[in-house]
Write a protein that binds this ligand. Structure first.
Ligand code: ZN
Length: 562
C-alpha cells in the first residue's frame, strides 16, 4: 500500500475564482484549437486534474466544517464553497458541451468509456446559465428546511433533544415511551406546518419553472437527468413500483404481523413498527474503540485487501466516528481525489446502528479506494443507485462476521437486517411515487399533496395506522423525509440497490466466495458504467427484469420464517 499522510495534516489552498476562470479559459482555447484526439485527450487530462483539485478542496472543506460546525474559519470556508460550486458547474458545462460535440467523439469514447459522455450529456441538459439564479434560490430553500428541522428543541422526559435525539426513544421497548416520543416528534412538525408547506411549495414551483426554462414539460425528466439516470427511465421505475406492490407488500405485511405477535399486541400501531422484540433491540458488546478493533478483525477475515484497507483508514485518521458537541449529525463517506483516499464520518450512539453505519460506509469507502485510479473524476463514484449496492452489499456480505459485534445475538440481528430491508422497500417506492405525482401537478395545494401521500400509504403500507397522531394521520409523514426537499428523486435508489444487495445475500448463502469475488470486482469498476451494466457484470439481475423481486422475496421469506 502506498504511504499516505495522516488526515490531520491534509491541507488544500482555497481556490481563487479569477485564477480558475483563467485556467478554464486556457482549456477552452486549447480545446477549440485541438485538431487531433491526442490533443483533445491532453486537454481532458488537464481539465480532470483541475476538477480533482477543486473536488478535493470542496470535500475537505465540508468535512472540516461538519467536524466542527462552530469554528468560524471552517464556516467561512464552507460559505466560499457554496458560492464557488455553481460557478464551477457553469465552467464545467461549457467544456462538457464542447466534448459532446467533438468531431472525434467515437474515438474519445473508446479511450475514456461511453459512460462519461452519457453523464456529461445529462449535466448539459440539466443546466443553462438562465437557471443559475434559480439554482442558488433552490439551495437556499433546501438550506431553510435543514435549518428549520435542525432547530427542533423537543422536551422529552425532562430532557431537551433534537429530532435525531428523539429517535432512540421511538425504538424503546416501553410502548408508552415510544408513543410519547412520536407525539413529541410530530408536534414539532405540526407547529411548523405553515413553514414546511411554504418551503416545499416554493421548491416545487421553482423546480417546475427551471424545467420549463430548459424546454422540458415538467421537473420529472430534469430530476432524472440530475440523478444521472442514463440507462432507465420513469416507465421502468413505474413497473418496479408495481412489482413492489405485488411481491413485497404482502411479505412486509407478514413481517409486521409477526412483529405484532412478538410484541404481544392485538394491533400494531405506527409507534410499534420499529420494535422487533419485547426484550429490546440487539446491542454491540463494546464501545467505539472495541467496535473499530472488531471491525478490523472482521474485514481482515473477509478478505486480505479489505483488512489492509481498513487498517490504513484507522492508522491515517480517516475515520471520525465519535459524537461530540458542535459536530454535524449523520453518517457519510466522501473522498479526496488528490490524496486518493476516502473518509468516513459518523456519530456513534451506542446502538447497533454504530456497527451498521460503519459497515455500510466501509462499503462506499472500499469502492472508492478500489477505483481511485479511474481515468476520470466522473468514475470515482458510481451513480447513487449503484453506489448503494456497494454499501448495502457490504452489509450483507459481512453477515458471517457479526458474532464479533453481537455475540449470541448475531443470528437475530441477521434476520432482522433482512426483514428491515424488505419492510422498508414499500416506503422507499412510496416516496418515489409521491415525487412523480407532485411534479406532474405542480399547482396542487399542500392539502392535495397530503392527500396524494395518504393514498400512496394505503397502497404501499396497508398495515399503517397512526392512531391519534394527527399530523401524520392527515398525510404529513413525508415532510420528515429530507430527500424530498433536498435531493428530488433520490430515494428509489435505495430500493433498486436493496434489490441488488439482497441478491448478493442470497448468492452468498450458496457460494460465499463467489459472491464476495463479484462484489470486489464490482467495487473496482467504480462508476465506469451505467447502473444495469454494472449490475449484470456482478452476476446480478437488474431490478427491472421481470421476476427478480419475486425471487428475492421468496428467499427472504424462507429465511425470516414468516
Ligand atoms: Zn450509502
Amino acid at each position: 500500500m502506498q504511504t499516505i499522510d495522516d488526515f490531520s495534516t491534509f491541507t488544500l489552498p482555497a481556490p481563487d475564482l479569477d485564477a480558475l476562470r483563467r485556467e478554464y479559459a486556457d482549456l477552452n482555447v486549447a480545446l477549440d484549437g485541438a485538431s487531433t484526439s491526442r490533443a483533445r485527450l491532453a486537454v481532458i487530462a488537464r481539465w480532470d486534474e483541475i476538477r480533482r483539485r477543486f473536488d478535493s478542496w470542496e470535500q475537505l472543506t465540508m468535512v472540516r466544517f461538519e467536524q466542527d460546525t462552530a469554528n468560524p474559519a471552517h464556516k467561512r470556508a464552507r460559505d466560499l464553497r457554496n458560492e464557488l460550486a455553481p460557478k464551477l458547474t457553469a465552467l464545467d458545462v461549457e467544456i462538457k458541451r464542447k466534448l459532446l460535440a467533438a468531431p472525434d467523439r467515437p474515438a474519445l469514447e473508446r479511450k475514456l468509456g461511453r459512460q462519461a459522455f452519457a453523464l456529461w450529456a445529462a449535466d448539459v441538459a440539466a443546466f443553462e446559465p438562465a437557471i443559475q439564479a434559480d439554482l442558488t434560490r433552490e439551495a437556499a430553500l433546501a438550506n431553510e428546511y435543514t435549518e428549520l428541522v435542525a432547530s427542533a428543541k423537543l422536551e422529552f422526559d425532562s430532557k431537551t433533544v433534537n429530532l435525531a435525539g428523539i429517535q432512540p426513544y421511538t425504538e424503546s421497548p416501553d410502548r408508552d415511551v415510544r408513543y410519547r416520543a412520536q407525539q413529541t416528534r410530530w408536534s414539532f412538525f405540526s407547529q411548523n406546518r405553515v413553514q414546511l408547506d411554504r418551503i416545499f411549495d416554493d421548491l416545487v414551483k421553482l423546480r417546475h419553472g427551471m424545467a420549463r426554462k430548459l424546454g422540458l414539460p415538467s421537473f420529472v425528466p430534469l430530476g432524472y437527468q440530475r440523478m444521472h439516470r442514463v440507462d432507465y427511465d420513469a416507465s421502468d421505475v413505474e413497473r418496479f413500483r408495481a412489482e413492489v406492490v405485488r411481491e413485497v407488500v404482502p411479505l412486509a405485511q407478514a413481517i409486521m404481523a409477526a412483529r405484532a405477535k412478538a410484541l404481544g399486541l392485538e394491533k400494531l400501531m405506527f409507534w410499534d413498527e420499529p420494535v422487533t422484540n419485547r426484550s429490546g433491540n440487539v446491542l454491540p458488546r463494546g464501545d467505539r474503540a472495541w467496535i473499530v478493533a472488531s471491525a478490523r478483525a472482521a474485514f481482515a477475515a473477509m478478505n486480505g485487501t479489505l483488512g489492509d484497507f481498513f487498517k490504513m483508514l484507522v492508522d491515517r485518521g480517516l475515520l471520525d466516528l465519535e459524537n461530540r458537541p458542535g459536530k454535524a449529525g449523520g453518517g457519510f463517506c466522501t473522498s479526496f481525489p488528490t490524496h486518493g483516499v476516502p473518509f468516513i464520518f459518523a456519530n456513534f450512539n451506542g446502538t447497533a446502528h454504530d456497527v451498521e453505519v460503519l459497515i455500510h460506509e466501509m462499503g462506499h469507502a472500499f469502492q472508492n479506494w478500489s477505483s481511485r485510479r479511474a481515468k476520470l473524476l466522473d468514475y470515482l463514484w458510481p451513480t447513487s443507485e449503484s453506489a448503494e449496492i456497494d454499501s448495502m452489499g457490504m452489509e450483507f456480505l459481512s453477515h458471517p462476521q457479526l458474532e464479533r459485534f453481537f455475540d449470541g445475538d448475531a443470528a437475530r440481528f441477521r434476520l432482522e437486517h433482512i426483514a428491515d430491508q424488505i419492510e422498508r422497500l414499500p416506503y422507499m417506492v412510496a416516496v418515489d411515487h409521491f415525487q412523480h405525482l407532485v411534479y406532474a401537478t405542480p399547482d396542487a395545494s399542500p392539502a392535495q399533496r397530503n392527500d396524494m401521500w395518504r393514498t400512496l400509504e394505503a397502497r404501499y403500507m396497508p398495515w399503517r395506522d397512526y392512531g391519534d397522531l394527527e399530523y401524520p394521520a392527515q398525510g404529513g409523514r413525508w415532510q420528515a423525509q429530507l430527500h424530498i426537499y433536498q435531493i428530488p428523486f433520490y430515494y428509489i435508489d435505495y430500493a433498486l440497490a436493496a434489490c441488488c444487495a439482497l441478491q448478493f445475500w442470497a448468492r452468498s448463502q450458496d457460494d460465499y466466495a463467489g459472491a464476495l469475488a463479484d462484489y470486489v470486482r464490482l467495487c473496482a469498476r467504480g462508476g465506469e458504467a451505467p447502473f444495469q451494466e454494472l449490475v449484470r457484470s456482478a452476476n446480478l439481475k437488474s431490478p427491472f427484469a421481470p421476476g427478480v423481486l419475486s425471487d428475492v422475496t421468496r428467499r427472504a421469506r424462507v429465511a425470516i420464517g414468516v
